[in-house]
Write a protein of this length. Structure first.
Length: 416
């Protein structure tokens, strides 16, 4: 299960701090921005250091306004939040919230900004550091709040206040923190809703809002937000080019990709990064496309072909394998039956959405560094199997990516 991190600058001449000083209501702070954030950030912009710091943990970083950002974190990234928290304390005052969705993280940030709780741990939240809060029970945290905190829904939802729907808990039926039914009782027990506010009938919601918006309202009241964090702040892509020889028909691809993969892996290793997406294409003579612009229009016969990887990759053998997969898509038959590319065409391999490779294992799993060496006889057998079967060959568990390794260990440790 992943988490969403929301960071808001609370100090300085920005909208959040000025609105807080003037006693603004939650709706004004939660209102979606009228214009998207800038694509290029000024070097002295206060949000830029935060974007770069969060981008060192995950490639999924989304600037939301000029003083807010979202980031999608996996369990391995949350274990490395310590360095990020140190960076947050060096710049302007900020408030960071870790929650299960974008909706809950941003709503909790506004709630904690307007009404700061005492330090420590609450019923539905905890404060691991002075600048970071974590929400544990989204539905119970949202239950006592007004409907305005459901900022992902259209404004017509607020018309329910005319019917007496003042709190989110009246939609979800979940008891707020501190109620007698929530003390010492499981949230899944039958007594959890005893002292909860009267739940609004679904038929009334559907009749007032329609079935689609009523369903979205109920899901949002429970803290569910299906909107993913988009990749809005990628690191500069790494682009390698090789001139295509005359009479190119695709048979020279393997040798070209092997050298390009080695050079690309070397550059990634120097920067301590891995690639989350690889793009292979043939660039026509005079193609001015910048690095990482894989969605720009191109000649229909020249590609591009892109592959998104489940985790940042910097291993040269893995990059070479993924490049050959892209080559088979770019050239389904070899030699090509069509006309060769025009003179001056270049083979371009791009690595973008860069992030630190996941070399550290998540908690409670065996680290790759502590794995035993493979016996020579077994290593030779595995190498022969790989040459014969390719991707279908068995591999050592110590060389598996973190995500696959975690799944396999959990299957092995779980009940049969």
């Amino acid at each position: 299960m992943g988490f969403v991190l929301h960071v808001r600058i609370t100090g300085g001449p920005d909208a959040a701090s000025s609105a807080t000083r003037s006693g603004a209501d939650p709706a004004s702070l939660l209102r979606p921005p009228a214009a998207p954030p800038p694509e290029e950030w000024a070097p002295d912009h206060p949000l830029l250091p935060l974007l770069e710091a969060v981008a060192s943990l995950t490639p999924r970083v989304e600037p939301f306004t000029e003083h807010e950002l979202f980031a999608a974190l996996d369990p391995g990234a949350t274990a490395r939040l310590g360095r990020l928290l140190d960076r947050l304390q060096e710049g302007p005052p900020v408030l960071a919230v870790l929650a299960s969705s974008r909706l809950v993280a941003r709503a909790a940030g506004v709630r904690l900004l307007l009404q700061p709780p005492p330090p420590g741990r609450g019923t539905t939240w905890e404060q691991p550091s002075p600048t970071l809060y974590q929400v544990h029970e989204p539905a119970r945290f949202l239950a006592p709040l007004p409907l305005a905190y459901l900022w992902t829904l259209p404004a017509e939802v607020l018309e329910l206040e005319r019917l007496g729907v003042w709190r989110i808990g009246q939609v979800s039926g979940v008891a707020p923190p501190g109620s007698s039914s929530s003390q010492g009782t499981s949230s899944r027990g039958p007594s959890f809703r005893e002292n909860a506010p009267a739940r609004i009938p679904r038929t009334l919601l559907v009749g007032r809002l329609g079935s689609t918006l009523a369903r979205r309202l109920v899901e949002a009241s429970l803290g569910v937000d299906p909107t993913p964090v988009r990749d809005g702040f990628p690191r500069p892509a790494i682009r390698l080019e090789r001139p295509v020889p005359d009479g190119f028909d695709g048979s020279q691809l393997e040798g070209m990709l092997r050298s390009m993969a080695a050079e690309l892996a070397e550059q990634l290793q120097r920067q301590g990064l891995g690639a989350s997406r690889l793009t292979l294409r043939l660039a026509a003579p005079g193609d001015p496309r910048p690095p990482g612009d894989s969605d720009a229009p191109a000649h229909e016969a020249l590609g591009p072909c892109a592959r998104r990887l489940p985790e940042p990759v910097g291993d040269p053998r893995r990059i070479e394998r993924e490049g050959l997969r892209l080559a088979r898509t770019l050239f389904p038959s070899r030699p090509s039956s069509g006309a060769p590319p025009p003179p001056g065409t270049r083979l371009v391999l791009e690595a973008d959405r860069l992030a630190p490779p996941q070399v550290h294992q998540v908690a409670r799993l065996v680290s790759a560094g502590g794995a035993r060496e493979i016996p020579p006889a077994l290593a030779e057998t595995l190498e022969q199997a790989h040459r014969r079967f390719g991707q279908a060959a068995p591999v050592s568990a110590s060389r598996l990516p973190v995500s696959r390794r975690e799944r396999m260990l959990r299957l092995w440790q779980g009940p049969l």
